[in-house]
Design a protein around this ligand. Structure first.
Ligand code: FE2
Length: 335
């Protein structure tokens, strides 16, 4: 079975082809299922931030060439595809529609099923696929969201989450306020390694949830100017935000007693966050799991792999229109 996936929820357009030789009752795993191609085209981050209309134009313009490239890399003809999966939400409306139109047209042209995939579920499923995590406590960190949840009765039950902005949004905005290069989370990560002084920033944990925007207000007030001041600010923002996430996750873990802690989402690529969570997990006797960077940033392989799981479990919903604000706990996990 070959499934094509399309990702277009925010700044990244992706197309991927996965092939599975797993038998009906066997779980797809790296031993029986391969990612044949995983092509991404990311809209560059700029000081003005992301403008939805510009992102959608970028995705619509590049969808055709990216599709061709993904099929060529996978050595697959369009007629060999058994289904087309796409990200139906949560995400930016303009961007979601660009991917939806392409996916729907392709599935109707080929006469194959169209599989709407929840983007957040896909972040978790691709990480479970590559790490072999069975029933983890999940720490999902991205630009738009930050949540701690675990599987219960075939649903991801959210124990804690951000009360304002996602941790990725915090780091991207910090990069813009400090005029870093690039002006985003990557710029913060780069400069944080030169930081020496930990300054006091708002630390907001409420039970198992957390809030980050107080740190941005504080940065705007202090306006670090020299390179060292900016490095100290990056270091302090990262240490404070990640400590909040680790504290909330540890509190969840003490209740749920999961044997695995799985980190996923775009900001799971941050090595400092990985290091802090791994230390906490080992102290609590849990295995720390994280997938390779390629599969934590937005990508289409996660959409194709989750679409494949949904098809195998006969769990493809009837309606397929994009949904900007769909939550992870609204979906039943049937596999
Ligand atoms: Fe994402």
């Amino acid at each position: 079975m070959k499934v094509l996936g399309i990702e277009s929820t925010a700044h990244t357009l992706g197309v991927s082809v996965v092939e599975s030789k797993a038998l009906k009752k066997t779980k797809p795993s790296p031993g029986n299922t391969r990612v044949l191609s995983n092509v991404i085209e990311k809209y560059p981050s700029t000081a003005e931030g992301y403008v939805p209309r510009k992102l959608a134009d970028h995705h619509a313009k590049l969808l055709g060439p990216t599709l061709e490239k993904a099929l060529a890399e996978a050595k697959t003809k369009a007629a060999e595809l058994d289904a087309v999966a796409y990200s139906y939400g949560p995400g930016i409306g303009h961007c979601l529609h660009a991917g939806y139109v392409g996916a729907k047209a392709l599935s109707e042209f080929l006469g194959v099923p169209l599989v709407p995939v929840n983007h957040a579920v896909a972040h978790v499923e691709v990480a479970r696929f590559f790490t072999g995590a069975r029933a983890p406590l999940v720490v999902y960190v991205s630009g738009g969201n930050s949540q701690v949840f675990a599987l219960e009765d075939k649903r991801y039950r959210v124990f804690g989450e951000t009360l304002d902005i996602g941790v990725g949004n915090l780091l991207d905005n910090a990069g813009r306020i400090l005029a870093l290069e690039p002006p985003d989370a990557v710029g913060v990560l780069k400069l944080a390694s030169e930081g020496k002084k930990l300054s006091s920033l708002p630390y907001t944990v409420k039970g198992m949830s957390f809030a980050f925007s107080g740190m941005l207000t504080s940065l705007k007030k202090t306006r670090p100017r020299t390179r060292q001041e900016k490095a100290d600010a990056c270091f302090s923002v990262q240490e404070t935000a990640f400590s909040m996430l680790v504290e909330a996750t540890e509190r969840c873990l003490c209740h749920t007693r999961n044997h695995e802690v799985l980190l996923c989402g775009g900001n799971a690529r941050n090595k400092r966050l990985q290091q802090m969570l791994a230390l906490m997990a080992s102290e609590q006797g849990a295995r720390f799991c994280v997938a390779a960077d390629e599969y934590n940033g937005d990508n289409a392989a996660m959409i194709a792999l989750t679409g494949l799981q949904m098809l195998r479990a006969d769990a493809v919903p009837v309606t397929s229109l994009p949904q900007q604000r769909i939550r992870i706990d609204s979906q039943r996990i049937e596999w």
